[in-house]
Design a binder for this molecule. Structure first.
Ligand code: OAD
Length: 250
């Protein structure tokens, strides 16, 4: 793998623009379980149709509210790991567009700026009917969803649920970043959920080098130029340290 790492470091060092797509795996070493890890995946214990859909919320708003509030509490309790920090550092060294499917806000807390959050953010809230922003600081201390002062509908987490569309402006910017980059890093995602899963293919079609970092192979692996097997919190700091060294020599 060291040869591959060296090659990837070179691609990153000379790339004019880099786009990074992250998924749940990048937050795993922070202590947030991934969605599909067989034994501990979030959905293994809960039915996503009940907890992560507009229908589920209509049926039992309190249950959905409390489940998300517990996750928000967890996201607030944990810290960014060396993988998040390495990506923030890469953003200081090179022009980086960071697209994430994660809703935990850990990239921003590690110092990455302008993160494109495809699936929203669990620490933000808006009302169910009209989408009015509703700042709620400690949702885990509230048993039932608060009522929107503007329209009277209930507060919900500002995340994308099953059957819902992604925010158009964020998706457009993610598409553009994928089509314009010279290198794309795909980190810690199973590549099973659309439209995020298509972004690496857009990057590849427009000639970018595609690099995957994941301890397990995914449907994307056979399409990439380099596959670096391992945890994000180990591989990313190693890569970014290499880029930093190479740039310092130039
Ligand atoms: P998944 O849970 O589907 O996949 C996590 C990926 O991370 C897997 O490919 C693992 O092999 C990999 N992984 C595990 N540990 C890792 C580590 N330490 N370092 C790097 N990779 C590691 O999560 P996502 O692909 O993010 O959507 O899931 C995509 C979307 O599906 C989520 O955003 C969510 C879910 O439905 C919504 O909530 C809308």
């Amino acid at each position: 793998m060291e040869d591959q790492v060296e090659q990837v470091v070179q691609w990153l060092a000379v790339a004019r623009t880099i786009t990074v797509l992250t998924g749940a795996g990048v937050s795993k070493e922070s202590g947030i379980p991934t969605f599909r890890d067989a034994m501990e995946g979030l959905w293994a214990e809960f039915d996503p149709q009940v907890l992560a859909s507009p229908e589920g919320f209509r049926r039992n708003p309190g249950l959905v509210w409390r489940w998300y509030a517990a996750r928000a509490n967890q996201a607030g309790d944990v810290s960014p790991n060396p993988g998040h920090h390495a990506l923030a550092r890469l953003g200081e060294l090179k022009p980086v567009s960071l697209i994430t499917q994660n809703v935990d806000g850990l990239h921003q807390r590690a110092g990455s700026r302008e993160v494109l959050e495809l699936h929203g953010n669990i620490l933000r809230h808006r009302c169910f009917d009209q989408g009015h922003p509703m700042p709620i600081e400690r949702p885990w201390e509230v048993e039932e969803p608060p009522v929107c002062p503007q329209c009277g509908s209930l507060a919900r987490p500002d995340v994308i649920w099953f059957g819902e569309l992604l925010p158009v402006d964020v998706l457009e910017r993610a598409l553009q970043a994928s089509q314009e980059c010279h290198v794309m890093l795909v980190v810690g995602t199973s590549g099973l959920v659309q439209p995020a899963a298509s972004l690496p293919h857009y990057a590849r079609e427009t000639g970018a080098h595609l690099i995957e970092i994941n301890p397990d192979r995914t449907p994307l692996t056979r399409h990439v130029d380099a596959y670096l097997s391992g945890p994000a919190a180990t591989v990313l700091p190693h890569l970014v340290a290499g880029v930093e060294q190479l740039l310092a020599k130039q």
